[in-house]
Design a protein around this ligand. Structure first.
Ligand code: NAD
Length: 268
């Protein structure tokens, strides 16, 4: 199979990129995942949301309750999504949690808990989805994709984020290795690296701060653009990576981070 030779550039409007495309979004009941699920739905995809608390899944999506730490539950949810949506062409592995502290601040159990969600949750999702994606890719090479929500924490060296950064570093490496393994099958694998995104997660972080307004200002100042990234802005990037417009893009980490990764601003 020579996937690139079979590629036809989609001249249609972006709004039609996902017409009837079956898509699964993990962690799609809140924040970034909910924005992705809603955008894919609005662009015509048939969307399933896999979440441990699925009540916030956007309307018009198939909400499936599963915890990504439970391999059997993930398999059942992925297979059900494929059965109800008519296969799977697009997987967005996004479920994840935060962790604060230096390497010494979290014990083994906490390290394992976070890695079990942020890394192994993607492994379980992708493993369950691959048979469905392979079937789809045999017919539609380049149009079948996995997109992970990683983080600029994977490469930025952020303070007080040892465990979280390590979990996302692993996600970045997983993304690159999977891109290599599955490129000749016609399955693309990429990730987005968000900066700090205005989601319920950040709301919870601010609630715990001594001075939430000052903490928010500090998070905003950390980004060269001087503001937090919107969940809808991450969703746009995911939609690009999941659409046939990016058929030549695989093994890429797309930073949507207000310039955090690339810019080194001089102090004013
Ligand atoms: P969020 O807390 O608003 O949403 C996360 C969703 O994932 C929730 O619906 C939650 O129920 C679900 N989830 C969590 N653990 C799960 C599990 N074990 N099984 C199934 N579902 C589970 O968070 P968000 O800010 O939208 O973050 C989504 C992703 O984006 C995460 O992977 C996170 O690491 C990444 N990210 C977020 C930011 C940010 O600043 N918000 C920055 C970089 C990366």
């Amino acid at each position: 199979m020579t996937p690139t030779n079979q590629h036809q550039h989609p001249h249609s409007h972006a709004a039609q990129d996902f017409d009837g495309v079956p898509a699964l979004v993990t962690g799609g009941a809140s924040g970034i995942g909910a924005a992705v699920a809603a955008l894919l739905r609005d662009r015509g995809a048939r969307v399933a949301v896999l979440d441990r608390e699925p009540s916030g899944a956007p309307g018009g999506t198939l909400a499936l309750k599963a915890d990504v730490t439970d391999d059997a539950a993930v398999r059942a949810a992925v297979d059900r999504a494929a059965a109800e949506l008519g296969g799977l062409h697009v997987v967005v592995g996004n479920a994840g949690i935060g962790a604060v502290g230096t390497v010494a601040d979290n014990d083994d159990a906490e390290w394992q808990r976070v890695l079990d969600i942020n890394l192994m949750g993607l492994v379980r999702t992708d493993r369950a989805a691959l048979p469905h994606l392979r079937r789809a890719a045999a017919e539609r090479p380049g149009r079948v994709s996995i997109t992970h929500t990683c983080s600029i924490a994977a490469t930025a060296g952020l303070p007080q984020r040892a465990l979280y950064s390590a979990s996302k570093g692993a996600v970045l490496s997983l993304t690159l290795a999977m891109a290599a393994d599955h490129v000749r099958e016609g399955i693309r694998v990429n990730c987005v690296n968000p900066g700090t995104v205005d989601t319920p997660w950040i709301g919870r972080l601010l609630d715990q701060a001594d001075d939430p307004a000052a903490e928010r200002a500090a998070l905003e100042a950390r980004q060269p653009t001087g503001r937090l990234v919107g969940a809808d802005e991450i969703a746009d990037a995911v939609a690009y990576l999941a659409s046939p417009r990016s058929a030549a893009v695989t093994g890429t980490a797309l930073a949507v981070d207000g310039g955090m990764q690339g810019l080194r601003l001089r102090p004013a």
